[in-house]
Write a protein that binds this ligand. Structure first.
Ligand code: XIL
Length: 374
């Protein structure tokens, strides 16, 4: 349980902001690590990290180790990011990251075996269906066996759905669908289970958090996919909800999100919040106002998400605004601020001080029911 003293200390040290959240202007060591607040409720808290952030240790590395019970490689295990000569893969960074993470007693959330967006060019040029299936499964087997027994969970297929592509099963017209056929998902999950029977196998998806007609359709498609995979005996252990939020104030329905998570859980899968962050593209430059808007967005999402006891993992896509794909403008340009101000999407600021978003996470964890860790 979060100590009242910490929340009170945070509150006392900063002015009260409209909306009730206070800035958590705490010295670095004055706050309890998020991993401890999460663990008290049976939740694994972690972050993504890029290789240099772990392998060239600095104060940011120290923050990661202090806050996180779990690490996800941000890009280093994506197929197209590991390309060696010819069709070979370069495992150097992935190997070094998993060594660092496990030797520091943290869990490793491996990401990702197959992602349409990060697939080597040579694969996309294969014309023969059988050969494409063989190469796709070789990739799954290769990653699964190389890190066998050391991985908490594997994103086997990242972002498999795209209802707009018009298929009745809502599968994305991805390179895997095109080359191998719609059975590619089941083939991949079976191969992943065989390669590493201990890793939880995850379907990871985005744009399923808000109350828009498009996201309604995608939520339903995901429910149907998991139901179908379970019915067919395809091994899927968890569903990842990416949760790239935005203070654009898209409509949000606590009821819809709650029902969706409960319906997923009813299929017997764990749930993971896998990539939480929040863009502030439409917020005023004023930092206090912006930080409160971001924190409110974290709060309204997490207060519902963490209430569902099937949620066993909470990952933010970075810990501090010093390192974020949003700040680096690697997102869709609709998410960029139009002024020169860097975005402030994460729980700690660039100077590694906790922000109101930190308080929102801590409070949501504090209110959350205890669950059996998984
Ligand atoms: C992002 C990384 O953060 C960026 O550095 C990279 O340029 C693109 O990919 N969904 C995912 C993640 O599953 O792998 C993505 O990570 C963010 C969206």
């Amino acid at each position: 349980m979060i100590s009242r003293r910490h929340v009170l200390t945070a509150a006392a040290s900063a002015p009260l902001l409209a909306g009730g959240l206070r800035t958590a202007a705490l010295a670095d060591t004055d706050h309890p690590p998020l991993k401890e607040l999460a663990a008290a409720k049976g939740v694994l808290y972690g972050s993504c990290a890029a290789a240099p952030q772990l392998l060239k240790p600095d104060d940011f590395t120290a923050l990661l180790v202090r806050e996180c019970a779990l690490i996800v490689p941000e890009n280093e295990m994506k197929w197209a990011d590991m390309m060696g000569p010819g069709e070979s893969s370069d495992y150097t960074l992935g190997d070094r990251m998993i060594d660092f993470v496990t030797s520091h007693g943290m869990a490793f959330r491996a990401h990702t075996m197959l992602w349409y967006w990060r697939t080597p060019g040579w694969f996309t040029e294969i014309a023969d269906r059988g050969l494409a299936e063989q190469k796709m499964l070789a990739r799954v087997k290769d990653m699964g066996t190389r890190y066998r027994g050391r991985v908490y969970s594997w994103d086997v297929v990242n972002e498999p759905l795209k209802p707009d592509d018009g298929r009745p099963d809502a599968l994305r017209q991805s390179v895997f669908l095109e080359k191998v056929g719609p059975q590619y998902l089941d083939l991949a999950y079976h191969a992943a289970r065989e390669a590493d029977p201990h890793a939880k196998l995850v379907v990871n998806e985005y744009d399923i958090e808000y109350d828009t007609p498009e996201q309604d359709v995608k939520r339903l498609a995901l429910l149907k996919l998991i139901e179908r995979m379970k019915k067919d005996g395809t091994p899927v252990d968890a569903v990842g909800v990416q949760a790239h939020l935005s203070i654009d104030r898209l409509p949000f329905s606590a009821k819809k999100l709650r029902t969706f998570l409960a319906d997923l859980a009813a299929f017997g899968v764990d749930l993971q919040i896998t990539e939480l962050d929040c863009t502030d593209e439409k917020a005023p430059a004023d930092i206090a106002v912006r930080d409160r808007m971001v924190a409110d967005e974290y709060a309204r999402f997490l207060d519902v998400a963490l209430d569902e006891t099937a949620v066993k993992v909470l990952v933010t896509w970075g810990v501090s605004d010093r390192h974020s794909w949003i700040v680096r403008h690697e997102t869709n340009n609709m998410k960029w601020r139009t002024d020169k101000e860097p975005s402030r999407p994460l729980p700690f600021d660039a100077a590694l001080q906790p922000k109101p978003a930190w308080t929102a996470i801590a409070q949501a964890l504090d209110h959350a029911p205890r669950r059996q860790a998984s």
